[in-house]
Design a protein around this ligand. Structure first.
Ligand code: GLY
Ligand code: MN
Ligand code: MN
Length: 431
């Protein structure tokens, strides 16, 4: 098997935790994502709805989860619906979840075929007082198309207008923010696969290679190591391309003297990692590149020291900005006298560092959270400061993934080379 079987204790535990936060006598319904059409008879591969994966592990289209912890009849407390498979599907699409397999994956005893959902739901819904429905409530979500969950919200409200409706995401965004030990293991695995890709690339890069060839080296190593692929569209930006924050065309030739910014990472079993490294095309940093690189690295370490339980995200971002401002003054990029008179709404630092320092990561790369709540033990966040200087054709970002721990954070990417000397030695093949 490509992936080791995920211990279904993860899904048993997440369901148990959810139950503690529901109003009494509530029913929860979560649908899978659609398989999106492209052109002619083609479609994209399924990217499962994260909440459904989180509570069931069902990574298959047309799956539905019902949770009704207070149901009178025990059989109605947890039901997972999966698409009925048949010989025809087996010939064209291969193996699908059988009822037995779906039960093993999820730890749910009662498995039904999706085609029977409406009938079964109608039979039990009036016994409940509240229906929790799921909707993507990420603050930057952009969903111009209607999802299966959106369609179900409409249909359900039409068919059962007098029920009390609740927002499941209000609960799940906070639950998913704290990672289960089994999730941490999966994310560590994703980080370890990312490390393999990066080490391969360090041996491959030289002036004259295409950015796309570097991308190919990563995906080769990721797939070989059982990842389904990139956790997100990779950014391989050399020279001035490194200053384009969402550069994804990766179609330029790497030149001697360039720094190559690589924001590339692997997924594993649907859990994600998110890494950025910035390396010299010819294997040696110039003094200036080294100075900027080390300023970013010091900022990363400073951020690690203050990304602690109890710190508020806005306060954290301000402190990182204040730190990087000093680095920018030392690099001669900000005039210290101007810095004294800058306006709070347009800080000088945002000319060279214009994005956030950290985000949650997990089943989605920019994972759900409560953005106003202070950081908590057990969250996993990135730390990714950068300095971008288009006038010098130089952009440097560094990014690792950390578990917020009680006494200190745990760096899931601690083994991935980051020091200037180590990068240079590995590129020279001397270690
Ligand atoms: N790779 C996306 C990000 O760093 O947020
Ligand atoms: Mn990131
Ligand atoms: Mn990234």
């Amino acid at each position: 098997m490509r992936y080791d079987t995920i211990d279904n204790q993860l899904f048993i535990d997440t369901r148990k935790e959810l139950t503690k936060h529901l109003k009494p006598n509530s029913i929860v319904v979560i649908h899978s994502n659609d398989v999106y059409p492209t052109n002619a008879d083609a479609e994209l591969t399924l990217k499962q709805y994260a909440d459904l994966l989180y509570f069931s592990g069902a990574d298959q289209e047309e799956s539905i989860l019902i949770l009704f912890p207070d149901a009178e009849n025990k059989r109605n407390r947890e039901i997972l619906f999966v698409r009925e498979t048949n010989k025809q599907i087996a010939i064209w699409e291969g193996e699908k979840l059988t009822k037995k397999k779906a039960s093993e994956v999820s730890g749910i005893k009662r498995i039904e075929w999706t085609k029977n959902f409406d009938k079964i739901f109608k039979n039990i819904v009036f016994e409940a007082d509240n229906i929790y429905l799921s909707n993507n409530e990420h603050c930057r979500a952009n969903t111009p198309v209607e999802t299966r969950n959106d369609r179900f919200i409409k249909k359900c409200k039409k068919e059962y207008p007098l029920m009390n409706y609740e927002r499941l995401s209000q609960i799940t965004n906070r639950l998913r923010d704290i990672k289960h030990p089994i999730e941490i293991n999966l994310m560590q695995k994703a980080c370890d696969i990312t490390e393999k890709g990066f080490r391969r690339v360090l041996k491959f890069v030289k002036p004259g290679v295409g950015e796309w060839e570097i991308e190919a080296e990563f995906i080769h190593e990721f797939t070989k190591n059982k990842s389904k692929g990139f956790a997100y569209t990779p950014i391989i930006g050399s020279g001035s391309n490194a200053c384009v924050l969402h550069y994804i065309t990766n179609n330029c030739i790497v030149k001697d003297g360039d720094i190559i910014l690589m924001d590339v990472a692997a997924e594993y079993a649907n859990w994600n990692s998110d890494m950025t490294r910035s390396i010299p095309a010819n294997g040696k940093f110039t003094q200036r590149q080294k100075d900027v690189y080390n300023a970013v690295l010091r900022t990363m370490r400073f951020a690690d020291s203050i990304l602690r339980p109890g710190t508020y995200p806005a306060e954290y971002q301000n402190q990182v900005k204040a730190f990087i401002e000093k680095e920018l003054i030392n690099l001669g990029l900000i005039d210290p006298d101007e810095a004294k008179q800058q306006s709070a709404s347009k800080p000088l630092v945002s000319k060279y560092f214009m994005h956030g320092t950290s985000h949650q990561i997990g089943l989605t790369v920019h994972d759900v959270s409560d953005p106003k709540a202070p950081f908590r033990e057990g969250q996993v966040l990135t730390i990714e400061p950068g300095i971008y200087i288009p006038e010098e054709n130089l952009g440097i970002r560094l990014e690792n993934n950390y578990i917020i721990g009680k006494k200190r954070n745990i760096d899931l990417m601690a083994n991935i080379p980051i020091e200037v000397d180590e990068i240079e030695s590995l590129m020279a093949n001397t270690i």
